[in-house]
Design a protein around this ligand. Structure first.
Ligand code: ADP
Ligand code: MG
Length: 260
């Protein structure tokens, strides 16, 4: 058996957690009357891998989107590496380079080649030369195992390959943290592990990651901490072994009984 597989239970990774990198303080977010994030306080350290789980509609995507400033919060603060989120302009492009995001639906540029997908951001935002960006882009495509697809277009790749490209595209910006919002939910089952394995590798290399997922194998393997959300609140947080074997809240017990 491959001990590196995301589903293997042996050899858990527990990254060293450094200084605070992503800090949310008293965050409140509404969609109209709907109080979608309620009094969120969360500190994610450098190198930490945080898995966010919870029922559909509990605010997990909104949490990720708020950290990336794709949504605006109504009160509280979010800072990245000590700097409050910018509201507009050049600051936003820099923020989105520092805070990578991988979505459920891949979100690659359909009319750009795979290599262009990973080089455009670094050229535009990080001011890399074409040659540098292509060299680094090929290294990253190799790292996620899709180097042979570099000149193809996204629609020519499988879902698993596209999601690995999306991870390479995030990495190309040298982000401080990568947010993953259900990165394997839209994949055919046989492609889930090829994406989780890339994520496990990133964790092993010390990447700071916030991962919304119901893949408990990944959480057990790589998470420092599991954050359980329900109804816009953080209801419970614990290390994965504690959370999965001895959840405290009734909400978490109920949720786990349905997915495990
Ligand atoms: P999760 O990712 O945990 O399933 P979401 O963050 O997507 O939850 O959604 C939380 C709640 O906010 C849900 O009730 C959802 O319907 C609502 N919601 C999400 N996005 C919007 C939006 N753009 N406008 C209005 N309501 C939204
Ligand atoms: Mg969601």
């Amino acid at each position: 058996e491959n001990a590196d597989s995301a589903t293997a239970t042996t050899g858990a990774i527990r990254n060293h957690v450094g200084e605070p990198l992503v800090v949310l303080t008293d965050v409140e977010k509404f969609f109209g009357e709907l109080h979608v994030l309620q009094n969120i306080n969360l500190t994610i350290g450098k190198g930490e891998v945080v898995v966010v789980i919870g029922p559909s509609g509990s605010g997990k995507s909104t949490l990720c989107r708020s950290i990336n400033r794709l949504e605006t919060i109504q009160s509280g603060t979010i800072s990245i590496d000590g700097v409050p989120l910018p509201s507009e302009g050049n600051g936003l492009a820099k923020l989105r380079a520092d805070v990578g995001m991988v979505f459920q639906s891949f979100n690659l540029f359909a009319h750009k080649t795979i290599l262009d997908n990973v080089t455009l951001g670094p050229i535009k935002v990080r001011k890399l030369s074409n040659a540098e960006a292509r060299k680094r882009g090929m290294e990253l495509l190799t790292r996620v195992g899709v180097q042979d697809q570099a000149e193809k277009y996204p629609a020519q790749l499988s879902g698993g390959q596209q999601q690995r490209v999306a991870i390479a595209r995030a990495l190309a910006m040298n982000p401080k943290v990568i947010l993953f919002d259900e990165p394997t939910s839209a994949l055919d089952p046989e492609m889930v592990n090829e994406v989780l394995d890339v994520m496990v590798d990133l964790a092993r290399q010390g990447m700071t990651m916030v991962v919304v997922t119901h893949e408990m194998g990944f959480a057990r393997k790589a998470a420092n901490r599991v954050v359980f959300m329900a109804d816009g609140q953080i209801v419970e947080e614990a290390d994965p072994d504690t959370f999965f074997t001895a959840p405290k809240s009734a909400r978490a017990k109920d949720f786990l009984s349905k997915i495990l």
